[in-house]
Design a protein around this ligand. Structure first.
Ligand code: TYD
Ligand code: MG
Length: 460
């Protein structure tokens, strides 16, 4: 007899409980528990005895195989005209892969995938549960590329979608978005955990059996995780995150998970009136807006993903008018900024405690590279002293709690990029000198060990 079981599950992390809870004990979010109905067709005991009674039962299906005997099939990836996308996927789209693209609303996920659709000269099925055919047509008209074999389907029923896809046999399927899909076999509303899980499972099955790659768009919540359970991230083969500041035009496509390549890759785009443009040389764009030396500016030689990139940091340090000084940072971790200020105050005796401090990373790009520290410190010192850092100088080092300048990875690549972009001097940690062939570079190297040395060299 079919048995109906009810549980409650957290829509954020997927934790379950037999009772409704106001606050999830696992991820500590409020009001995220939703009722889920699980159909149990055969009770476990019955299933077990049925399994045992068939003699062949456990030995059906795949058997253990010796590893050397397995033939590795050649995967021929579908190489997209979009080089940035190929880069983050590890060299192209793998047949039969399920790729999740997450990002905040309005960041350009639909634009990116529609553009990929239009650029590819292949049969593509673009499924949208969010926009009407006319809206998609209007968007496609704005984009520069045209693809004659692009099919649009506005449908949210996942069974119909996979049925149409099977009939059409496209080279790529795009789903916008997973949160709008629903499986007819499940009661809950679209976007709930069981729906998201079920639909993703159906799409995975479709991708694996048909060997057609499927891209799905997923919205992310304000704290940056993909809405719906973490589970979705486990199901799919690759998770890409599309991010950037809505007020700036740069967008970054990061790999968070990739079963077919490295997660160190990063794609950069610029949002323009006719779609997203690939940015193959980010440093030149990020540095183009400087003609004269201004105090408070310093350039960091960072590495994002596998690519060296020179990024400008800007600081403004002014006397605090109100009791509590303000600290604000865009594109940089606020706690890290407070830490660097504390180091300067304690080690250098500088009066940041009475100053408002604003820090901005050019282009609205969020950078996680610790090598940003030295440029941030230089920008802070430069603004406080009102002494400009010469525009031909750049920085690459981490700053420790006692004001020591720490080594960073891949210093050679950073120095090369700085030199290539015409910088004349670079400050970095003396601990990076080991194994560094100094004669190779035409740029002047300044290995330093303490923040004091930087201060003496540039601001006195
Ligand atoms: P969209 O792809 O709809 O975002 P998402 O699917 O992530 O919610 O992108 C929305 C923004 O992109 C919108 O604010 C307008 C802008 N945009 C352009 O600047 N140029 C373009 O060619 C297109 C199509 C959109
Ligand atoms: Mg969209």
């Amino acid at each position: 007899m079919a048995k109906v079981k009810k549980i409650f599950a957290c829509s954020e992390c997927g934790a379950t409980s037999p009772k409704w809870l106001g606050k999830c004990p696992s991820c500590e979010q409020w009001n995220t528990y939703q009722e889920e109905i699980i159909f149990k067709e055969t009770p476990q005991e019955e299933a077990r005895s049925a399994f045992k009674s068939t003699k062949q039962g456990p030995l059906d299906g795949p058997r253990p195989v010796l590893l050397p005997e397995i033939q590795a099939g050649d995967i021929t990836r579908l190489v997209a005209p979009d080089q940035e996308l190929n880069r983050v996927l590890g060299g192209g789209i793998v047949p039969g892969s399920l790729v999740l693209i997450g990002g905040q609303p309005g960041i350009g996920k639909s634009t990116l995938l529609l553009q990929v659709t239009l650029q590819l000269n292949k049969k593509v099925l673009y499924v949208s549960g969010e926009e009407s055919e006319e809206q998609i047509k209007m968007r496609a008209d704005r984009l520069a590329h045209k693809n004659q074999s692009c099919y649009i389907l506005t449908e949210t029923n996942v069974s119909k979608i996979t049925a149409f896809a099977e009939e059409l046999q496209p080279d790529l399927v795009i789903i916008d978005s997973i949160q709008t899909l629903q499986s007819p076999f499940i009661e809950s509303t679209p976007g709930s955990i069981s729906q998201v899980r079920e639909c993703a499972g159906d799409l995975m099955r479709f991708a694996k059996t048909s060997n057609i790659p499927v891209f799905i768009i997923g919205h992310i919540t304000k704290d940056g995780s993909i809405a719906g359970p973490k589970l979705l991230e486990h199901i799919v083969d690759a998770v890409l995150q599309f991010e950037g500041d809505q007020h700036y035009t740069y967008r970054i496509l990061r790999t968070l998970k990739n079963r077919f390549g490295s997660t160190d890759e990063l794609g950069i785009y610029e949002m323009q009136a006719n779609g997203l443009r690939e940015v193959s040389n980010p440093s030149e764009l990020l540095l183009s807006q400087r003609d004269e030396d201004l105090s408070g500016n310093a350039v960091a030689a960072t590495i994002e993903g596998m690519r060296p990139m020179l990024i400008e940091t800007q600081a403004l340090v002014t006397k605090a008018v109100y009791g509590t000084p303000q600290r604000s940072a865009t594109g940089f971790d606020l706690r890290r900024l407070s830490m660097l200020l504390a180091v300067l105050e304690k080690r250098g005796g500088l009066p940041y405690g009475m100053q408002d401090v604003f820090l901005n990373i050019a282009g609205g790009i969020r950078v996680d590279d610790p090598a940003m520290d030295l440029a941030v410190v230089s920008a802070l010192l430069s603004s406080l002293q009102d002494v400009a850092v010469p525009s031909h100088v750049c920085f690459a080092a981490e700053v420790g709690l006692s004001g020591e300048i720490r080594a960073v990875n891949r210093i050679e690549q950073r120095i090369q990029e700085a030199e290539r972009l015409g910088f004349k001097e670079i400050y970095f940690s003396k601990y990076n000198l080991k194994g560094l062939d100094q004669k190779r570079f035409g740029i002047k190297l300044h290995p330093i060990a303490k923040v004091e040395e930087l201060y003496q060299a540039l601001f006195v």
